[in-house]
Write a protein that binds this ligand. Structure first.
Ligand SMILES: [Zn+2]
Length: 185
């Protein structure tokens, strides 16, 4: 429920959400920073659906009261980060996983990498470059799922320059390894 209202950039729950022209919710400062990344005449690409979008923002008042209700009911863990009013949903298992990833555990790095790549985890920044780095490192450490994701990233240019040949190579190796892992012979 709360996930739908999370800022599409930092994945935290904005207490004063704005609705952008792509129809998604953001912290005003997050989306304005995104606008500043492109020059005045440049086309802004929606961080949520990857389509060109205008720069209009409106306060999402109805959503704001819904978010206040979710927070008041304790459905999200309160986590005050510095002087911001962000609410983050991170449970203890997820925190443990993030620590393990930082300690270099390939499996945890692969999961954290996926969260960063696809912005699918509340409280974990949607950051494709960081995601790719984690995946690449985990693949180097021999994680086969990571190798598959790395191939996907290379083919689609997600967090890395497009390199279809290398991407396909990774996917083929990952698929072959996966097949032998499940082999009963
Ligand atoms: Zn944000």
């Amino acid at each position: 429920m709360a996930k739908r209202f999370a800022c599409q950039i930092c994945r935290k729950l904005p207490m004063k959400p704005v609705c952008a022209e792509d129809g998604f919710f953001y912290h005003e400062e997050c989306i304005r920073r995104k606008f500043e990344e492109v020059d005045k005449n440049g086309v802004v690409i929606s961080p949520a659906n990857r389509l060109p979008m205008g720069r209009g923002l409106i306060p999402a008042i109805t959503i704001r009261s819904l978010i206040e209700k979710i927070v008041a009911e304790g459905k999200v863990e309160k986590k005050w980060s510095g002087d911001s009013d962000d609410h983050v949903v991170i449970n203890e298992d997820d925190e443990f996983l993030i620590e393990e990833a930082e300690d270099g555990d390939p499996k945890s790095m692969t999961i954290l990498g996926r969260w960063c790549l696809f912005g699918e985890k509340l409280g974990v920044e949607h950051n494709v470059k960081k995601g790719y780095k984690l995946i690449e490192e985990a693949a180097k450490l021999g994680n086969n799922h990571a190798l598959g994701y790395k191939g996907f990233c290379l083919i689609h240019g997600l967090g890395v320059e497009i390199d279809r040949d290398d991407g396909h190579e990774d996917l083929v190796i990952a698929a072959n390894k996966g097949a032998s892992e499940y082999s009963t012979s």
